[in-house]
Design a binder for this molecule. Structure first.
Ligand code: NAD
Length: 491
């Protein structure tokens, strides 16, 4: 089944407010392009404050009934939605691949598998989340309740659209909140499809609302709305700062999952086969457009030549092209603007005397994807130490290599950027692994691996990579207010 069969009017999307499709008040629409072809895929509401107002009001109306339901009743809704996602996984993967430019196989294996897992995980996790009690003996007992916040805003980026939206939606709903979500204007389609399924799953009207539009107009109106009790945001660091600034005067809770410039620290004793395979995944998955991608390889100087040679060969073998083909490793970048930004960094690398070990150019595949936004997977070494390519998030298939003479120097390089989201450490020595993992400034560290996820663990970054953590009890805590109640030992 093609995705057009899932949505009634694929060319012109609507908002979802109070369980119904609603055209935007102003009647204005934005274009949504297919990155692999450059063709117009859909038109989406250019929503403003009136649309946001209606969505927040619908969520507020639905809140008393939804928050009054038992955990089991809410879990049943999420499980039904997960069943529908599983049934429609192929359609949803097609939508996500068309809207993002990522390989269809990746959308199937990573994105849609994770959407279903997110829904089922939080349906269970919230039911197994214990409440606390503190016994004071003669002075009585304290018990702690977790109460829903009310109407919460979920704002998400384009690189993992439904994966990240469902990662926020599931804990927000399980804790009894009602939601207004704003997906990226570059990838609106999968959220629209999910809302359709949510209706079928019996999530009551108004519990989840969806407003489409630009960040500066629709997103900002949502962030500024006085009834919003929390903002869960994933996106760029600069946008995170803008949101934190808007939320601060009202003391609105924010969870900020932001950018990264993640190091891979490779020591001389690393298993080369395993490391090369891991670095290809860590550097280039989703065309390097994953916040966790390790775009900086820091390698012991004794291993540098052997590693870069092997890595360049492996990266050159990645197949770039039509996301629908089964053997495609790399699809298109998200937009023409983003493609140009990535190419500008490559030009800068050339001007600075960097050695392009492979890639370095735009690419126009034969056939239907000739006008798509493709870039060759690129590996660059020998840049000056202060090159912007070492410090700025490029968010594309561009990885740089630097060498270090000692562990201290490697750690200093790893920690020299403003970001602190993730890091990988490659070594056969357990003591080195623990020591380095402890010293690197990152919220997530993988040893001899990358992106091995356990949904119970804390996820998030330090420094400019964000504030707060998502996952397991961290998500459940974020979406609730804590109340302690004291009972005397006798009345
Ligand atoms: P972005 O910050 O441009 O946009 C993210 C979302 O915020 C979009 O929905 C956008 O419309 C909205 N937005 C923009 N301005 C806004 C405003 N003033 N008020 C409210 N909403 C606003 O980010 P992007 O380009 O979509 O995504 C790429 C970035 O996301 C990268 O920096 C990447 O590292 C980061 N990211 C982080 C994580 C993580 O978990 N830490 C995960 C994925 C992506």
């Amino acid at each position: 089944m093609r995705w057009e069969e899932l949505v009634s009017e694929p060319e012109v999307l609507s908002n979802w407010i109070g369980g119904e499709r609603r055209a935007p008040f102003g009647g204005q629409y934005l274009d949504d392009f297919e990155p692999a072809t450059g063709e117009l895929l859909a038109r989406i509401p250019d929503s403003g404050s009136e649309d946001v107002e209606l969505a927040v009001a619908a969520a507020a109306d639905a809140f008393p009934e939804w928050s009054g339901r038992s955990l089991q009743e809410r879990a049943r809704c999420l499980e039904r939605l997960a069943d529908l996602v599983a049934e429609r996984a192929e359609t949803l993967a097609g939508i996500e691949s068309a809207d993002t430019g990522k390989p269809l196989a990746l959308a199937r294996q990573i994105d849609m598998a994770r959407v279903e897992a997110n829904l089922r995980f939080f349906a269970g996790a919230a039911q197994h989340w214990p409440t606390e009690a503190h016994d004071m003996g003669q002075q009585g007992l304290n018990y702690t309740r977790r109460e829903p916040l009310g109407v919460v805003a979920l704002i998400t980026p384009w690189n993992l659209p439904l994966y990240l939206l469902s990662w926020k939606l599931a804990p927000a709903l399980m804790t009894g909140n009602c939601v207004v979500a704003k997906p990226s204007e570059l990838t609106p389609l999968s959220a629209d499809a999910l809302w359709d399924l949510a209706n079928q799953a019996g999530i009551p009207p108004g519990v989840i609302n969806l407003v489409h539009g630009s960040g500066t107009r629709c997103g900002q109106a949502l962030v500024d709305h006085p009834a919003i009790k929390a903002i869960s945001f994933t996106g760029g660091t600069q946008t995170g700062r803008t949101i934190a600034t808007a939320a601060a005067p009202r003391l609105v809770k924010t969870s900020l999952e932001l950018g990264g410039k993640n190091p891979a620290l490779v020591f001389a004793d690393a298993d080369l086969d395993r490391t090369v395979a891991g670095l290809v995944r860590a550097g280039y998955t989703n065309q390097g457009q994953v916040c966790l991608c390790c775009s900086r390889i820091l390698v012991d100087e004794d291993l540098k030549d052997a590693l870069t040679q092997r890595l360049a060969d492996a990266v050159s073998n990645l197949k770039v092209g039509d996301p629908n083909l089964v053997d495609t490793d790399q699809g298109a970048l998200i937009s023409a603007d983003h493609q140009q930004k990535v190419l500008d960094y490559m030009d800068l690398a050339g001007e600075e005397g960097g050695r392009i070990l492979c890639g370095g150019k735009a690419l126009n595949p034969e056939g239907r994807c000739q006008q798509g936004y493709f870039v060759e997977p690129t590996l660059i070494s020998d840049l000056p130490a202060d090159s912007r390519l070492h410090f700025e998030e490029i968010f594309g298939p561009v990885v740089t290599v630097q060498s270090f003479a000692s562990e201290d120097e490697g750690i200093a390089l790893a920690n020299s950027v403003d970001y602190g989201l993730a890091a990988t450490v490659w070594t056969r020595d357990l003591a080195t692994a623990h020591r380095v993992a402890g010293r690197v400034q990152a919220g997530l560290v993988w040893i001899n691996g990358w992106l091995v996820r356990d949904l119970r663990t804390p996820f998030g970054g330090m420094k400019d990579s964000g504030l707060g953590r998502e996952g397991g009890r961290w998500s459940l805590e974020f979406f609730t207010e804590t109340k302690n109640i004291h009972l005397p030992s006798g009345f």
